[in-house]
Design a protein around this ligand. Structure first.
Ligand code: FPP
Length: 243
């Protein structure tokens, strides 16, 4: 759902997207295996979700597993998948009680059946909630998402449901995984890397970016608040000039 640039927004970001990077380095600095860092990172997610309502952040999208992350060792991939399963089981009640609506984006086909089941159940269990919309990108890649969307769009064209001339900037995003979400206002990447790594490629065309040095397991609600406040001071013109 692209933003209408003429619609006034409150001065903080309504939709924050986060590339949670640095778990591995955080663990290595402590002489621990990388998975130790991922577990510490998972604990940070709760604090950040809980901070959102107070900051006026209605949508939070977090990058949990990138399509390219399958290239990591089998031990790390299996550990992450097990962490996601455990996170869902452990956090379902707290998320539901706090009125959080959870959605998953990404390609589910490569995920194991048990995990997909848990994801479906969490989405179903929280589907009437509205305090924060938490979207977890799992086996997600921006290019992969655009390719899958284009495939579905092409199927609709072939079936005569859509005319080629009707394919435009409004039509294509309706086929994206994020079709019910507004575009992110602010994208944060932790750990000092200044790249977007295939995250929300279409949706972040007009997002503001913050690349910060903090490793994800050290990220706090206070840091999120600081970034949201500095976002409020930015002048967003969407390509126009100020009148
Ligand atoms: C990047 O750090 C992080 C990941 C690939 C995984 C992100 C996962 C979590 C924060 C865990 C939990 C998430 C949920 C939703 C339960 P990295 O491993 O690339 O760190 P490095 O760059 O220091 O090696």
């Amino acid at each position: 759902m692209p933003r209408d640039p003429d619609t006034p927004i409150h001065c903080g970001p309504r939709h924050v997207a986060i590339i949670m990077d640095g778990n591995g380095r955080w663990a290595q600095a402590r002489g621990r295996p990388r998975l130790y860092g991922h577990h510490a990172g998972a604990r940070r997610v709760r604090e950040v979700v809980e901070a959102c309502p107070g900051l006026g952040v209605k949508y939070l999208t977090i990058f949990a597993f990138l399509t390219e992350n399958w290239k990591r060792t089998q031990v790390e991939v299996a550990g992450l998948m097990s962490l996601f399963r455990r996170y869902i089981i452990k956090e379902t009640r707290a998320l539901a009680e706090r009125g959080v609506r959870v959605r998953f984006i990404g390609d589910r086909l490569r995920l194991d059946a048990k995990l997909i089941d848990l994801m479906d159940q969490l989405e179903e269990h929280t589907k009437t909630n509205d305090s924060v919309h938490l979207t977890i990108a799992l086996n997600y890649g921006g290019r992969d998402e655009v390719a899958r969307a284009t495939r579905r769009l092409a199927q609709d064209v072939a079936a005569g449901k859509l005319a080629p001339l009707d394919v435009d900037e409004q039509t294509l995003p309706r086929y994206l995984d994020t079709h019910v979400l507004p575009d992110p206002d602010l994208v944060i990447r932790t750990s000092g890397e200044a790249r977007i790594s295939n995250f929300l490629l279409w949706q972040s065309a007009y997002s503001e970016y913050e690349f910060i040095d903090t490793l994800w397991p050290d990220f706090t609600a206070a840091e999120l608040a600081r970034l949201c406040h500095s976002f409020g001071a930015r002048d967003r013109r969407y390509g126009a000039v100020r009148a």
